[in-house]
Design a protein around this ligand. Sequence first.
Ligand code: PEP
Ligand code: MN
Length: 340
Amino acid sequence: MILRCHRSAPADAVQALIERCERAGIRTARSPESARPIIALLDKVPAALEKELQAHPAVEEIVKPKGDLRLAHRAYREEHSRARIGRGDQAVTLGGGAPPVVIAGPCSVEGRDFMDEVAAHVVAGGAQILRGGAYKPRTSPYAFQGYGVEGLAQLKSAGEKHGLPVCAEIMDGSHLPGFVDHDVDLLQVGARNMQNFTLLKAIAAAGQPVLLKRGLAATVEEWLYAAEYLCAHGCPQVILCERGIRTFETATRNTLDLTILPVLRELTHFPVIVDPAHAVGIARFIAPLARAAIACGADGLTVEVHPRPEEARSDGPQALLPAELAALVAEARVLGSILR
Ligand code: PEP
Ligand code: MN
């Protein structure tokens, strides 16, 4: 249950409301929303208490989510939430009506000079966040697995040199100290780990925003519960990323499910970005899907870029060339400004 108080409800009345619920053994969470006091009740509320809360002068509206969604539920915020990624003047705002943000970089971090070269292309192309995988979830155990913590160091040093916050996938909670030491600004949870609840709990408290990719065969409900796990364990901000789901179709790597973009807008307050690259898996089909994603209201995109895709250690066939990245960013900007 979510208690949405009157915007003008006095602070002591809101506090009394929280204490009343806690006394009844119900755990509460206070929304960081500043426009209105909003309280999520995490446990089941008995009918008699619900009646009392309905009559409480501080309460304007009670929202009863169908399942257990609380902090991920749309009603937990007044407006859609926005993420701040990075620090100081480098920080990027994503979501909440901000112009579309593009995250770009190689699938895998492939070396120090290479990251420097790609980061320069990312800046020149107008993308705002540098990505790069240091721990790679590869289908084959013989395929390149990433450079691990050294890859994080290379990613961060390229980000710092070129003034870009950085994003990398974390696959195991035991790797978190490396991500913290190298100040990875945005922690990515990959599709294969979306429901790895141990991982979600381990990284939530790190204080960094998390990019939560949709599982290969996850429903929207399962995805939002994964986001709820992150928030319930202290994650300050989640960004959802649609990256294609597994269907009967084999002409493309996965099927990009843009259907859920307007649906998510109603169900949750989180920003949503789209990864057309891992969805389609073929570079020349990325641009039209990116346009469609922005047209459907995506808050941003994440794509892979490589100056020599044929040499890429992973996902070469879906890597954009630097000039293609620049064209994609320019289009996303124009479309975003028309549609917002
Ligand atoms: C990636 O972003 O490099 C990646 C492995 O993505 P996904 O988890 O969506 O497959
Ligand atoms: Mn990839």
